[in-house]
Design a protein around this ligand. Structure first.
Ligand code: SGN
Ligand code: CA
Length: 531
């Protein structure tokens, strides 16, 4: 990383915005409120503002409304494509190895400062609702209403400062309840103080359970198959073959695809996923369960009668997966719309910055996959929309390379707080002027650690610039997996689907050398301790 360049980009003047937002040099005249909406596993392919063919068949009018009033980031990335690591990046502005949350279950270093604590000290009222998913208590929040662990879709349990450490079950659908609690925070706040509210939805996380009102939505829609749906993984390192996130092989017909009628079959009976499936039905009210069975039973019976095999079966799985996922998105879109309507009604749009993002991207069948974790675009890249009052009605797009470690410095800059030295990155606010500062970052660093683990994606780190991506898979293999020390290079301009690894192609020798220098520099500067 080039610290000289980084420092100057952090101080770049912000043409559109008031003096308070240049990185904490001056006191804010009137601090802006902040709402950070973050879904869980929402792919950019399923937000119509991004224009992907899937989303054209399942539009998201409210997210598009937000994008049309703000800025749509087309090159927004995460540092480690997994929930708890992403959330730790958000709260601390630090890379995974710096904040301690490298893997899903490995706890964050709670001595690290959360941006919420600094905002709170500055007089902001702070709140978080929905999925918290960290092994520590919400730190730096006046108000919280958080789900247990990953949270449940139906009648989930929430913990609040008033529930004496208990998780209390509430009747309803998680996305709607989470928005209810967001509005509750807004209703109860002191209107004379600025606020920062994190709205963290559980949806559309696996196993993609839609609300009862949308159980039949998109039933007649045939979603298009990605070009790489039947990927053969040729030219890639072993990691692309040994993962366990394939729709054809790893997506469970009962748990993931709701064919309850098959749960007695031996192949499903053994799966621990069956317990999760049964528990998710048991927690429904009788009315919810009736609606559920009424929607799925006849479709499931028709599917079983067809006895599909091979390609036909994979295609059926894909269609059911997409329909359920997009039904979950429909409620997300409705609820973002409800929150925006509330803010409009309360006159809060003029002094509130609204950010919409996800904790990472997700595979919608690209490479034959669901889930995330890899540095390949669909999971590395995450949706990001920022609506700043000074940008209203502009509907701009931004193609600067940005990353989730930029949120904390951005929110501190909005509050006029000097960011702590330890935060490597800088605020996104200069980008809202519509001009990318000449010294904006040219490279991103990525690092994934969660192996061995569910989906068996191998450890890797990598760098990406505007056009190229270098990935290094490494580490001891578990079980039948081999030890790894393997590189991939992709030319995203010539090969946007990332199916041609050109690492050993002599034509790309100079690119390999440049990106190798860059990754070495990141590893040294950031004191990365494994690769
Ligand atoms: C669970 C899921 C996985 C998912 C991880 C991480 N299995 O383990 O499919 O990759 O969460 O997701 S499930 O059977 O519980 O659905 S994350 O979004 O929290 O990172
Ligand atoms: Ca996630």
């Amino acid at each position: 990383m080039n610290n000289k360049l980084k420092a100057s980009a952090c101080l770049a003047p912000v043409i559109l915005l008031s003096a308070c937002q240049t990185g904490g040099k001056e006191e804010p005249k009137k601090p802006l409120n902040i709402i950070h909406i973050m879904t869980d596993d929402h792919s950019y392919q399923t937000i119509s503002a991004y224009g992907h063919p899937i989303s054209r068949l399942a539009p998201t009018p409210n997210l598009d409304r937000l994008a049309s009033q703000g800025m749509l980031f087309r090159k927004a990335f995460v540092e480690n494509s997994l929930s708890t690591p992403s959330r730790a990046c958000l709260m601390t502005g630090l890379y995974s190895h710096q904040n301690g949350q490298r893997q899903l279950g490995e706890g964050i270093d709670t001595t690290k400062v959360f941006f919420s604590e600094l905002l709170q000290q500055q007089g902001y009222q702070t709140g978080v609702v929905g999925k918290w998913h960290m092994q520590c208590e919400p730190k730096g929040f006046d108000f919280y209403y958080v789900l247990w662990d990953q949270g449940d879709y139906y009648n989930p349990e929430f913990k609040t400062p008033y529930s004496h450490g208990e998780y209390i079950r509430e009747e309803g659908y998680a996305t709607t309840l989470t928005t209810d609690h967001a509005i509750e925070f807004l209703d109860e706040r002191d209107p004379n103080k600025p606020f920062c509210l994190l709205v963290h939805h559980k949806a559309p996380h696996r196993n993609w359970m839609p609300d009862t009102k949308y159980l039949n939505l998109y039933e007649e829609v045939e979603f298009p198959y990605p070009e790489t749906f039947f990927d053969d993984y040729v030219t890639r390192c072993e990691a692309a073959r040994t993962q366990e996130m394939r729709i054809d092989r790893d997506m469970n017909l009962v748990y993931d695809l709701k064919v309850d009628e098959l749960k007695g079959n031996a192949e499903y009976k053994q799966s621990w996923l069956l317990n999760s499936w049964e528990a998710s039905l048991e927690r429904m009210t009788p009315e919810q369960r009736d609606a559920w069975h009424a929607a799925y039973s006849h479709k499931n019976k028709a599917f079983i009668e067809q006895d599909l095999q091979g390609e036909e079966l994979v295609k059926w799985k894909y269609q059911r997966y997409l329909r359920d996922y997009l039904r979950c998105i429909k409620t997300i879109d409705d609820e973002v719309g409800r929150l925006m309507d509330y803010l409009e009604k309360e006159g809060l749009m003029e002094n509130t910055v609204i950010v919409y993002t996800s904790d990472q991207g997700f595979y919608m069948g690209e490479h034959g996959w669901f889930d995330k974790r890899f540095m390949y675009e669909e999971s590395f890249c995450t949706p990001l929309i920022i609506r700043h009052p000074a940008l209203t009605q502009t509907g701009k797009v931004c193609d600067a390379l940005v990353q989730n470690i930029d949120y904390a410095p951005t929110y501190l800059a909005l509050a006029g707080i000097e960011k702590p030295e330890v935060m490597e990155e800088c605020s996104l606010l200069p980008l809202l002027s519509g001009v990318i500062p000449a010294d904006w970052r040219e490279y991103l660093y990525y690092h994934y650690y969660d192996y061995p683990a569910v989906h068996q994606v191998r450890r890797h780190d990598g760098v990406r610039d505007e056009r190229y991506k270098l990935i290094h898979f490494y580490g001891e293999g578990a079980g039948h997996d081999q030890d790894m020390n393997c590189n991939e290079l992709y030319d995203l301009q010539a090969d946007p689907n990332e199916v041609h690894n050109v690492y050993s192609d002599p034509q790309y020798a100079q690119v390999v050398s440049r990106l190798q220098d860059r990754i070495d520099q990141f590893r040294t500067d950031l004191k990365v301790d494994e690769f």
